[in-house]
Structures are given as structure tokens and as C-alpha cells.
Write a protein that binds this ligand. Sequence first.
Ligand SMILES: [Zn+2]
Length: 243
Amino acid sequence: MTDANMKSGRSPDDENTEAAQADPPARGMAARRRTSGEVPSPTAGWGLDLDDAPARDGEFEDVVRRMLELVGEDPDREGLLRTPQRVANALTWLTRGYETDVKDVVGHAIFEETHENMVLVRDIELYSLCEHHMLPFFGRAHVAYIPDGKIVGLSKLPRIVDVFARRLQVQERLTEQIAQAIDDVLQPRGVGVVIEANHLCMMMRGVEKQNSRTITSALRGAFRTDAKTREEFLHLAHNSQIR
Ligand SMILES: [Zn+2]
């Protein structure tokens, strides 16, 4: 184990985690952390309170300073002095899903249960960053499954959503990854995930689609093969109203 690995809490086994195996952006991020022992892993309790964030190695901040110059700003003016640190911390926090594993999030919250009807958690708040523009997309996720002997603590479903939402994403892949994770963890009879989201890269860039919403779904098992199950789920999910 290298010094960098130890400081950031990674072990060689982490190479096999989903974060490490995810898409190229995840590997890039993980590599950056590994080569710099000074960059701490994001932890709960900082990120929102950016001014108290731990010191960084300065590399990220330098890039943000340069970005400020390139958009025509003066990074040395008072209001921008701590902006590089804040941006670096915010982006690290907003992409903390790379450092999170579904298994850790679920923990021991899997229970034997004979319940055989659909379990649906609707209107899970979702915030992510599109990987094309690194601008937010946000909305709601509706997550359902039909147990096959095992259920998961309900509060874990939003946390599974966050594991994948807190990465650079496209909405389609995010939807699939959530469905796949639940399929892997519970081996249920079926999984259904619907995400409705607004993309700031569309809304802010003059595309004049300010109210358009992107809806994606991922269906597994009975949700795919059984028309009645699928219909029931999509009906329940689409009766939600995004605001
Ligand atoms: Zn975009």
C-alpha cells in the first residue's frame, strides 16, 4: 500500500469497487486522489460548510484560478479570493459518489421477508452533474422492486440513488446503475426505476426548452416481463409531479 493510498483511506482492494470500475471519469478522479496524498476523501460534515473544509494540495485550486482568468475575471479581487477553494471542495463533495460503495451504504439493512408485493419509494430528491457540461441536473427518482425473500431498509433506497447521482453522469446511465445496484443487492423478482429531471445545461444555454423534463426508466425482471406490473409501476411513478 502506498503512502497516498493510506492517507486517502483506499486499499488495493478498492480497485475492484464500483467507483474504481465505473466509467472513465471515475478512474480519472480516483487516479488523481491516489497520486496526491494531500487530497482528503470527502467526508460528511464538510462540503456545504466550505470555509471549514480541510486544506487541499492546491492543484485543483490552481485550475479554478485559471478558469476564473479565462472567463475574464480577476481571481485576486476580494470576492473571488476563496472561490478556488470553495469550488474545489464543492466539486469534490458533489462527486463523492466515486468514493462510495453500494455495499457500504446498504450495510446490514437487508432483512428476510415474505412480502411479495411491490415496494415503491417515490419522489426521491435527486441532484447530479451532467458529464458533458458539468452543470447540474436535478429532479426526482422513483424506485420500486418486488422482493423475492429479501427487503432493504426503505431509507437505503435514496442513499443508493445518491451513490450514483454524486458522480458525473448522464441520466440514462444513472437510471440503469440504480436499477442494477438494487438487482445485485436484493436479487428481487423485479426492479423499476424512473427518473424525471431538469438539466441546467439545457435550461441555461438558450435552448429555449426551459420547461422540458427528461424522463428515463430502467426495468428489470417482472417489471420488464409482466405487463401488469410494469403498468402499475409506471402509473404510480408518473402520477408524481415535479415542481
Ligand atoms: Zn449537459
